[in-house]
Design a protein around this ligand. Structure first.
Ligand code: 5GP
Length: 212
C-alpha cells in the first residue's frame, strides 16, 4: 500500500523568503511535489508560466471556481490566487508530500477540509526586514509594497492557527528544519490511522493462524 502523502502549507509575509525556501526544499528532496497556483496577477520579470504560476484571466479564474477545479482560492491585494485541485489529489495519492505556498485565508480553509495538513508560517526576524526585502526586490511600486505590508499586519492575526513558525534568518537552516518537521509530522500517530489499523488486523490474523 502506498502511504498517502502529506499536505504541507507554507505561508509567510511578503518578502519572508518563503518562495526561496520552497525552491530549495524541492531541489534537495524528491519526496515533495510543488503545487503551481493559478493567478490573475501580472507576470514579474523572470517568472515562467506553468512553473511559477499559471497566469490566467479573471474570466478563466471564475470558470475554474464554477467548475470546482480549485481546492481553495483567495483574493490577495487586488488579484486572485487559487490551488488547482487535480494535481494535488494525484500527487497525494502517489505518496508525495505536496507543498502549497499560499496566503492565510486559503491556508486556514485547507486546514478545515484537510485537518491532517501541516501549516508553517515563515517570517523574517523583524518587520523592518520585511519592508527592506520588498524594496530590494524592486518589482512593486511603493503603493503596492505598503498594501502588502498592511496585509502582513492582518495576516499576523491568523498565525495563532498555524502549527509551526519558521523564522528565516539562515536559508539552509530553515530548509533543514522545515524538512525535519515534515518528516516528524508524517510519523505522528494521528496521521497513521490506516497503517495502525492494518497492524491490528495483522495481529488478529497472526493468532488465527496459530490456532490451526
Ligand atoms: P505573490 O503575488 O507575491 O506571488 O503572492 C501573493 C500571495 O499569494 C502570497 O502570500 C502567496 O503565498 C499567495 N498565494 C500564491 N498562490 C496562492 C494560492 O493558490 N492560493 C492562495 N490562497 N494564496 C496563494
Amino acid at each position: 500500500m502506498t502511504k498517502r502523502g502529506l499536505l504541507v502549507v507554507i505561508s509567510g509575509f511578503a518578502g519572508s523568503g518563503k518562495g526561496t525556501i520552497c525552491k530549495e526544499l524541492m531541489r534537495l528532496h524528491d519526496q515533495y511535489a510543488f503545487s503551481v497556483s493559478a493567478t490573475t496577477r501580472d507576470k514579474r520579470p523572470g517568472e515562467v508560466d506553468g512553473k511559477d504560476y499559471f497566469f490566467i484571466t479573471k474570466e478563466r479564474f471564475e470558470e475554474m471556481i464554477a467548475n470546482d477545479e480549485l481546492l481553495e482560492y483567495a483574493q490577495y491585494v487586488s488579484n486572485f490566487y487559487g490551488t488547482p485541485r487535480k494535481y494535488v489529489e494525484e500527487q497525494l495519492k502517489q505518496g508525495k508530500d505536496v507543498i502549497l505556498e499560499i496566503e492565510c485565508q486559503g491556508a486556514l480553509h485547507v486546514k478545515e477540509i484537510f485537518p491532517e495538513a501541516v501549516l508553517f508560517f515563515v517570517m523574517p526576524p523583524t518587520v523592518r526586514e520585511i519592508y527592506n526585502r520588498l524594496k530590494k526586490r524592486g518589482t512593486e511600486t511603493e503603493e503596492v509594497i505598503m498594501k502588502r505590508m498592511r496585509r502582513g499586519q492582518e495576516e499576523a492575526e491568523a498565525i495563532d492557527r498555524y502549527d509551526y513558525l519558521l523564522v528565516n534568518d539562515d536559508l539552509d537552516e530553515t530548509v533543514q528544519l522545515l524538512h525535519e518537521t515534515v518528516c516528524c509530522a508524517r510519523n505522528a500517530v494521528e496521521r497513521n490511522a490506516a497503517f495502525l489499523s492494518e497492524i491490528k488486523s495483522e495481529f488478529v490474523s497472526f493468532f488465527e493462524e496459530q490456532k490451526l
